[in-house]
Design a protein around this ligand. Structure first.
Ligand code: ADP
Ligand code: MG
Length: 399
């Protein structure tokens, strides 16, 4: 039976509530499932890991590789529309699913976001109108490209064009010798070399765009990274200069429109010490820096993902509370002696405006995202005070 959009909440097919599908069973998929289920949809998750956070709570779970043809057939048979929560899901799998069901985002947009070379080319095109360009960079696809690198790109960061995340697949290089060694160390795969920029801070913007081109945005988020991993996101009036925030918002809308994007898109930016804004990368899905929207906005990034997928109206969200999100990495649970420690949740949850989200992962590992903690408050000063108190209790370095 073909899908007719909008797929209204409460639709019943063969005696069951309509089902939405998601490729990937991580925490982003889990929060998509929460949002879909609260509108009454059933859900189906496809992930290779039988203990995946989203798989654990979904109505239906398909344990399979993302390329498994039978599994993709089953997903398309069960789900009336399919999204992804994992940016490295094979674009061919999305294209395959799109032959049978509405899929958002489209395979082509995901393929561009998966490849830093194509992604930067897209940003450069959009910069002609938005004025927000990527860092100076060179694509390195073969040995000869190393010699052609301009001196101005050193010191720089060499990044694998594909499959990097949380600072993985990256190396800081100062000399041409280090550059050549780092490229070989990465297996001589396609890379980009980016100039190392003097950052004042980082920010990101999440937009949602419907099939009809309607677009809404979430507030501009200021992000603190530690060791290449997001540590904290702060969202309140004055978190960034107003002109910078407006520039980032406008640039993100252009990036989404030029892709003819459907779904939720996050674009990350650098704010340089001289105040300039530089576009870094995009994620074709909800983003870690948008988790605060679940508790601090009247529509979360996951609500928007469900609406965009199902063809429901997108309404401009409103942030009702100042918010700070702290990522809870596995490190917090490790006692340094090979054991695990328990965390003082009773004290943390006694702080006003604390919203704890744990993803149901049973094994804490260094750098692994186990959950997040969002604080909401009426103003920036009190949300900072509460989240710093929680950080001290949990052993998270102050920010
Ligand atoms: P990932 O896909 O791992 O998130 P990013 O390209 O976002 O990769 O890099 C991770 C972090 O490394 C960034 O959030 C930023 O803190 C730092 N970084 C990346 N590129 C640069 C750069 N060109 N100059 C300075 N810092 C950078
Ligand atoms: Mg990043």
């Amino acid at each position: 039976m073909p899908t007719s959009l909008p797929l209204l909440p409460g639709s019943v097919i063969d005696d069951r509530p309509a089902m939405l599908g998601v490729l990937g069973g991580g925490q982003l998929g889990r929060m998509f499932v929460h949002a879909a289920q609260s509108l009454g949809y059933e859900t189906v998750v496809l992930d290779p890991d039988r203990h995946s956070p989203a798989g654990r709570i979904s109505h239906h779970f398909i344990e399979a590789d993302y390329r498994d043809a039978d599994a993709l057939r089953e997903l398309a048979a069960r789900a009336l529309a399919v999204t992804t929560e994992f940016e490295n899901v094979p674009a061919e799998s999305l294209a395959e699913l799109a032959l049978k069901r509405p899929v958002a985002p489209a395979a082509e947009a995901v393929a561009i976001a998966q490849d830093r070379i194509r992604e930067k080319a897209h940003f450069t095109r959009c910069a002609e109108r938005s004025g927000v360009a990527p860092a100076p960079y060179a694509a390195i696809e073969r040995e000869a490209d190393l010699a052609a690198v301009p001196d101005a790109l050193l010191p720089g960061i060499l990044k694998a064009a594909r499959l990097g995340y949380d600072g993985k697949g990256q190396a800081r290089v100062t000399t041409r010798g280090e550059l050549a060694a780092a490229w070989q160390g990465m297996g001589s795969v396609a890379c980009v070399l980016e100039q190392l920029l003097p950052l004042a801070c980082e920010c990101s913007v999440i937009v949602a765009r419907g099939r009809d081109g309607q677009i809404v945005h979430l507030p501009v988020q200021r992000n603190l990274h530690r060791n290449g991993i997001l540590a904290a996101t702060e969202v309140y009036d004055g978190n960034l200069p107003a002109a910078t925030a407006e520039q980032a918002r406008a640039a993100t809308i252009r990036i989404a429109q030029e892709l003819d994007y459907v779904g939720v898109l996050c674009v990350e930016y650098f704010v340089l010490q001289d105040g300039r804004l530089v576009v870094n990368e995009m994620a074709p899905r909800p983003h870690n820096s948008g988790h605060y929207t679940v508790d601090a906005c009247d529509a979360s990034q996951f609500d928007l993902q469900v609406r965009a997928l199902a063809g429901l109206p997108l309404v401009q969200p409103r942030q009702h509370s100042a918010a700070i999100m702290l990522n809870l990495l596995g490190d917090l649970w490790l006692d340094g002696a090979g054991g695990l420690r328990s965390l003082p949740w009773s004290q943390v949850l006694a702080l006003p405006g604390a919203h704890l989200h744990l993803y149901g992962k049973t094994e804490a590992r260094a750098g692994r995202k186990m959950g997040h903690l969002t604080f909401t408050a009426p103003d920036a000063a009190s949300v900072r005070e509460r989240s710093l108190a929680a950080a001290a209790l949990l052993g998270i370095e102050a920010f």
